[in-house]
Write a protein that binds this ligand. Structure first.
Ligand SMILES: [Zn+2]
Length: 69
């Protein structure tokens, strides 16, 4: 099972290589992670960078956690 984010407004989804727990964590703490990324630039895991980019691209949209086999 893979987990990812889906934007219900744009009907697009991504499935970074990580767990559902991690994705939920990032989504809940997006404001904190965004600040950390701004100051550190590197050092974030690639799934986190991908997730962050997606969440940034879809700010204000309806993002849900989804799964696929
Ligand atoms: Zn969107």
């Amino acid at each position: 099972m893979q987990y990812g984010y889906k934007c219900e407004d744009c009907e697009v989804a991504i499935f970074p290589t990580t767990t559902r727990t991690e994705l939920a964590w990032l989504k809940d703490r997006i404001h904190v992670v965004r600040e950390v990324a701004k100051h550190s630039g590197t050092g974030l895991d690639s799934w986190m960078m991908d997730g962050l980019e997606f969440l940034n691209d879809h700010q204000g949209h309806s993002i849900v956690l989804v799964s696929r086999r």
